[in-house]
Design a protein around this ligand. Structure first.
Ligand code: SAM
Length: 285
């Protein structure tokens, strides 16, 4: 056992926990879990289990649940402990707190109250997937979960279409097929992407291909947890009139004429006025 129980300074400690493989915990996170006065967790059972695996005794220290549904109630309790000069450690269920996980409001409240805050970094699925993807890692954009609504998801993809960076998205297995189909349509069927599934777990899988190929591969929902990494867009997609018209019709089904024209002009690099005039003409027909 290389970790130690020791005196730690008062303040808020945000700690990262493993994505699947319990041995991905850091020694510093174990030190903090062993030493903090108050433990707070998105899922208290997962935290207790992790501590058990690593032989970290809880003793009579409180474990407070802090998640999306009780933040407003639980935050004042944690802030009171921090105000009283105690050390509070916060862990989300897996990976890094605040990354598509709770913790943001707690962190803001602590900063605003002048409480010392620190982080014990570690696993996060976004970075694990990026490093495994084999796609350019020098510049990337993490967009988390896109909306469940098809029309909002398509609009978000349109915004991302011309971002000159590798894109990282989280998605549930149930909606993976829909995301890949929409991404193929909006970002381009030939754009390279990688689906990373069950990272650090027994059935870890990395599946690379074009967006169109991946949409076909994952037509049936797979099992487990998923990150989608998408290669950066090159120049705007080239398109003939029929493709532009299809894109405009699709966008007009979701958006106002102005917004549809703006979306399609961004994706295909055509002047907004041209897209607007064509959208008006299609709208009339
Ligand atoms: N805070 C976490 C982090 O730092 O990555 C993310 C929490 S978010 C609620 C859960 C999502 O993260 C999953 O739906 C999936 O997209 C991704 N994820 C978490 N663990 C994963 C794993 N082992 N393999 C692939 N994706 C994972």
């Amino acid at each position: 056992m290389n970790w130690q129980t020791r005196e730690i300074a008062p303040g808020l400690y945000l700690v990262a926990t493993p994505l699947g493989n319990a041995r991905d915990i850091t020694l510093r996170v174990l030190d903090i879990l062993a030493s903090a006065d108050v433990l707070a967790a998105e899922d208290t059972r997962s935290l207790r289990r992790l501590m058990e695996i690593h032989g970290v005794a809880l003793g009579d220290r409180p474990v407070v649940a802090y998640h999306d549904h009780n933040g407003d109630k639980a935050r004042p309790k944690l802030m009171a402990a921090l105000d009283a000069g105690q050390s509070v450690v916060y862990a989300s269920e897996a990976g890094t707190p605040l990354i598509s996980d709770p913790g943001f409001d707690l962190m803001r409240a602590a900063l605003e109250a002048g409480v010392p805050c620190t982080t014990a970094p570690g696993p996060t699925a976004a970075v694990a997937a990026l490093t495994l993807s084999g796609l350019p890692s020098d510049r990337f954009l993490f967009a988390g979960f896109l909306s469940n609504s098809a029309s909002k998801r398509k609009s978000a993809l349109a915004e991302l279409a011309s971002v000159p960076a590798t894109l990282i998205l989280y998605e549930s297995p149930k909606r993976l097929g829909a995301l890949l189909r929409d991404a193929a349509e909006i970002l381009g069927a030939d754009r390279q992407a990688v689906v990373c599934r069950e990272l650090t777990k027994k059935f870890e899988e990395r599946c690379a291909g074009t967006l169109a190929e991946l949409a076909e591969t994952y037509d049936e929902p797979p099992k487990g947890e998923i990150v989608v990494v998408i290669d950066r867009g090159g120049a705007a997609m080239q398109a003939d009139q029929a493709t532009l018209d299809d894109a405009l019709r699709d966008a007009l089904g979701r958006l106002s004429v102005k917004d549809a024209a703006s979306e399609v002009s961004k994706i295909y690099g055509i002047p907004r006025r041209e897209a607007y005039q064509r959208a008006m003409a299609l709208g009339k027909n």
